[in-house]
Design a protein around this ligand. Structure first.
Ligand SMILES: Nc1ncnc2c1ncn2[C@@H]1O[C@H](COP(=O)(O)OP(=O)(O)OP(=O)(O)O)[C@@H](O)[C@H]1O
Ligand SMILES: [Mg+2]
Length: 326
């Protein structure tokens, strides 16, 4: 992998000393392609190629960020990643003046005449959105509804008219930037009721095609758990079925996602334990990973969850094989 290449599964990026602020996503061995993933990918690419920005909306852990990277990788353009932040102002997205450069010209060519000229030029630094629009890169604006509507307003004319308004550069005659035709944008958002999110503006949503994501199908979730842990597919199947059952609990405070399946699978794989009925470590790990997903966190609530889990394991998982020595 070259500098700033990221697997399409990685979302945390460190900036490179080279100063190149772009990402070059690459497919990772852990990335799972199933008919479900392929169908969404094809749909999203069709929309993007038709000039429509794509927006993945859905609850936590439904694969929004992973899909955004995967689709951006198919476009084979440098990628700019922005994470929504409630402290953003539009200048954090487009850039701002970074001071002034002073030029002083002293002309004493004719020694009896001294001409002095001074010029003050304001300096401007592009931020990621402006660089992206200038170069025609692919923008991934992850969890864009964590930024305020005021900060995101700058996107309206970019997405509709292909014009980026740069009021800070007006004095230099560059108040508007024509967006490069290669520019494409992929957004993700979490539901409005999630902590730290803002209501999305209708005008902005109206300029995108929103693909609503739900929890992936069983096959995808099993294959993701296998790819990310190395556990056997049958064991991953048991884990995914347990997690899916907890997902259906009524009045859940929190809903377990594929991350819970991955966590249990990884813990078992690393310990050399198995998703089997009677495997005490497995029972305990499931309870620890899933205990926060109950309707109540009281001791009584935990006992109910634990009983539910025991019944589920008894129904879903095969009995542990006894070693010949035992
Ligand atoms: N196709 C896939 N192949 C392999 N792993 C995947 C795939 N899709 C999702 N995952 C894994 O599932 C987990 C959740 O995915 P992701 O982070 O993309 O979800 P999200 O919807 O962006 O969640 P959040 O709203 O919490 O940010 C991650 O660990 C991710 O690596
Ligand atoms: Mg995400």
């Amino acid at each position: 992998m070259g500098s700033n290449t990221v697997s399409t599964l990685v979302t945390a990026i460190k900036s490179e000393p080279s100063g190149d602020d772009h990402l070059y996503p690459e497919a990772s061995e852990e990335f799972v392609q199933t008919p479900y993933i392929r169908e969404i990918t094809e749909r999203a690419l069709a929309y993007l190629n038709a000039g429509c920005p794509v927006h993945f909306a859905g609850p936590a852990g439904t694969g929004k960020t992973t899909l955004a990277f995967h689709i951006a990788a198919q476009l084979r353009r440098p990628v700019m990643l922005i994470h929504g932040n409630h402290e953003f102002s539009s200048s954090d997205l487009i850039g701002k003046e970074s001071g002034y450069r002073k030029n002083r010209l002293v002309d004493n060519f004719i020694h009896s005449v001294l001409r002095e000229e001074e010029e003050l030029k304001s300096l401007w630094v592009d931020n990621r959105l402006t660089t992206c629009c200038r170069n025609g890169d692919t923008l991934i604006y992850d969890e864009f509804n964590r930024s305020t509507a005021e900060a995101n307003n700058v996107l309206l004319s970019i997405l509709e008219e292909g014009i980026l308004n740069l009021p800070g550069l007006r004095a230099m005659g560059e108040g508007y930037l024509e967006v490069n035709p290669n520019f494409k944008a992929i957004f993700t958002s979490n539901p409005q009721e999630y902590a730290g999110t803002h209501a999305t503006q209708d005008a902005l949503i109206d300029r995108m095609v929103t693909i609503k994501l739900d929890y992936p199908d069983r096959d995808t979730e099993v294959r993701v758990a296998v790819a990310k842990s190395g556990i056997a597919p049958e064991e991953a199947g048991c884990i995914v079925d347990i997690v899916a059952d907890f997902r259906r609990l009524k009045n859940n405070k929190r809903i377990p996602t594929v991350r819970a399946s991955i966590a249990i699978a990884r813990i078992l794989a690393l310990k050399g334990e198995h998703a089997c009925r009677g495997n005490a470590f497995f029972h305990r790990a499931c309870l620890d990973v899933l205990c926060m997903y109950g309707t109540e966190e009281s001791a009584a609530g935990q006992v109910t969850l634990s009983k539910r889990l025991e019944k589920l394991i008894a129904r879903i998982c095969p009995a542990e094989k006894k070693s010949p020595a035992a």
